[in-house]
Design a protein around this ligand. Sequence first.
Ligand code: BG6
Length: 296
Amino acid sequence: MTSAITDFDCTHLSVVKDTSGMDKLIVDNPLAYCEVYLHGAHITEFKAKTATQGLLWLSPKAVFARDKAIRGGIPICWPWFGAHPTDKNQPAHGFARVSLWRLTQAKALDCGGTELCLTLTDNAETRCIWPFRFTLEYTIKVTEQLEVSLVHINTDKQPVSIGGALHSYFKVGEIAQVQIAGLAGATYLDKLADGQACTQSGEIRVAAEVDSVYLDCANDCTLKDRALGRTISICKQGSDSTIVWNPWLRKSQQMADMSDDGYRHMVCIEAGVVNGKALAPGEQCELAQRIEVVSD
Ligand code: BG6
């Protein structure tokens, strides 16, 4: 598998082994810098060349191990979001984020950017967890913006229901100085209050633990960060919901892969599919997201 990575004639791409022995793809082109692990097809860093800071937060205590999801960056939660709908023994947020993906395409674009495609197909391990055949194709376009597209193709002979999220962790200067716009008026389920339905009033400010699922929500968002002096635009497609998550102090202290004050420097704004999408045999669906700094 590793040898196949180098078969692509793409000068923007290099492949390294990190200190834990995992394969990491490094894209360094005239427009941006980006790092992607084959483990989980997990993007851990993106920085446009014109920006002063990277867009994504990666926990300084993130664990890089075969059976763990990396804390930070963009974990791919798939084929379900959160707890498995019926079986508590199944991994939270599905298995895509702890599966080993293959690099199936890498090309330099005329605009100076780079496009990668990583693929995950069902195998004996995935079929033990989720007994269906599938192909997942994750396209990562690295320009001044970071564009990702996750396509699920149902290669099974029966219909399936799928869900998930692009669980992006955004880097912020200081959580108290952040405002999230775009969700005013939306109904959300407050997971910290037994899923109570609430209505979002105005912009979101995070001043305590938050774990909210905004339903029927295809809205784009902006993340205004006064401490870093920048605004990030977050646009999405094929998503029925937006999840906003920050563990705050007590949960950060309880999580082995978060530093105690980690919550001050991140917020997750996730493009979700929480209601489940039905796919007939041969059918496919796409979940996509485009993020960029719009003022820096
Ligand atoms: C969010 C969920 O999407 O992910 C939270 O809404 C959860 O409930 C969080 O705690 C982090 O999940 P995990 O599995 O990466 O620790």
